[in-house]
Every structure is written in C-alpha cells, then in structure tokens.
Write a protein that binds this ligand. Sequence first.
Ligand code: SAH
Length: 266
Amino acid sequence: MPLKQIISNLRPKRPARPAGEVRFVGAGPGDADLLTVKALRALQEADVVIHDGLVPAQIVQLAQSAHKFIPVGKKGFGHHTPQSDINARIVENALRGHRVVRLKGGDPTVFARLDEEIEALEEHGIRYEIVPGITAASASLAAIGQSLTKRGRNASARILTGHDMKGFADHDWRALAQSGEVAAIYMGKRAARFIQGRLLMHGADPTTPVTLVENASRADQSILATNLLNLPDVVDQANPSGPALMLWGLAPRDAAAHPVLQQELA
Ligand code: SAH
C-alpha cells in the first residue's frame, strides 16, 4: 500500500458535514423594496423559511419554491416560541438536507438572538451564512431626514434596548444625558417612562428632542415627535400598536411637515 494511503487511513475520519445549510437573512424594516438582492436570492432558493412575526407576509411569500413556512416569535405558534424550540426547528430542517432561510426583521445581528441560533448550528456542524439587512434605526432615520452621526454634534451613537430578559434595561444614563448624544432605542415603547426618569435623574435637558417612528418604511408609518419632558405622556396617548423605534436626541428635520411636533412642543 502506498505510504500516502497508509497515512490517510490512519487519520481520524471527520464526520461528514450535513448537506443542509442555513442562511440568516435580514428582511429589513418591512418595505419589500428594502430587501437586499442577496436576501431576495436566498428567499428564492429556500426550501424552508422560518420567519419572525415582524416580517410582513408580502416578504415571506417571495420564497416561491419553499415547501414549508414556519412562523416563530411573537406572532408564531401562540404567543411566544421559546428560543430552544426555534433552535430545534432550524437544526431539524437543516439536518434533513434542506436549504433553510431563517428570516429576521431588520438586520439579523441587531437584537435578534442570532448567537444562540448559530451555536445550535455549530453543535451539529451545520453550515450557515449571515445576510445583513436594513435595521429599524436606519429606516427610522431616513423617515425623519436625519443622520445617525453628524460632524460637530455626535461622533458616536448608541444602539440600545429598552427591555432585556430581566425587564427594563440599564445603560450608561449619565453619558446619554449629555447634550448632542444620539441613541436608537429598540423596544423602548413600554420603557418610555423608565427611560425618561433615568435621563432626567442624570441631568438630561427636558427639552431634548425624542422621536418615535412606528412601522418605519411601511405604508402605515407614523412619526411622533416630542421631547424628553413629554415623552411618556405622548407615548401613552398615542399608544402605538406597531413596532416603534425611539430616536433620542433627534427631531424630524422638516418640523413643518410634522404638525405633531408643533403640538407636542407647544
Ligand atoms: N433585528 C431588528 C430588531 C428586532 S427587535 C432590526 O434590526 O431592526 C424588535 C424592535 O425593533 C421593535 O420593538 C422596534 O423597536 C424595532 N423595529 C423593528 N421593525 C421596526 C419598524 N419597521 N419600525 C420601527 N421600529 C421597528
């Protein structure tokens, strides 16, 4: 037997990689025109789509050759699909050799529990790829005509969540309370009063603008512009039912186009 073959026979055999694969695809904020070309292609090539409740049906349906659609998350089976069940569904379908698209609202790397799902795949040696999407903050900034960073105003910006697994999320409020700070606050609707309290306690100016963009990029998009002082009351009154992103430190550029702004600040 040639030496090369003897050596190769001695090497431990690696388990074969399963045939299936998973693409974590960012569906963007809701407007199907904001999908990337790569996201669209991944959807068109998918056998199985496992999608979040936030992703509109119009986008999910772009996966025309998929034979299985599994809704998970808030609007999925009942009220909440436990993360372990989601992981199991992804793994199970990939191990069957399917091309799975795990479709997530916005960008899969932003508040989307991506790491837990990746770890489940790694345990089984399943291949995966991440296809970025437009995150809600980008769509909300576009809606109000402002940029996330601006020369002379803020050289950095923060991405925060109003909520984490333990309840209202804590942050570096002292730093955020400084003038010129900008933050994109995800899942902040119910935390409005908490956020206001923390920022005021750390010396934030009560007239600092805060803008809530609900359903950014969708046909039913609405913009609620207010300031720190009025924030919780304005949110309570408007009681937005759709996903909403809070922009701390930014007002819509064209105030005249948003009469709500004038009312709330009056
Ligand atoms: N991965 C997503 C975020 C998921 S967390 C992304 O990158 O956008 C869910 C939160 O995102 C919602 O509570 C809301 O704060 C925000 N969000 C998602 N879609 C939105 C939209 N179209 N308009 C405004 N906020 C949105």
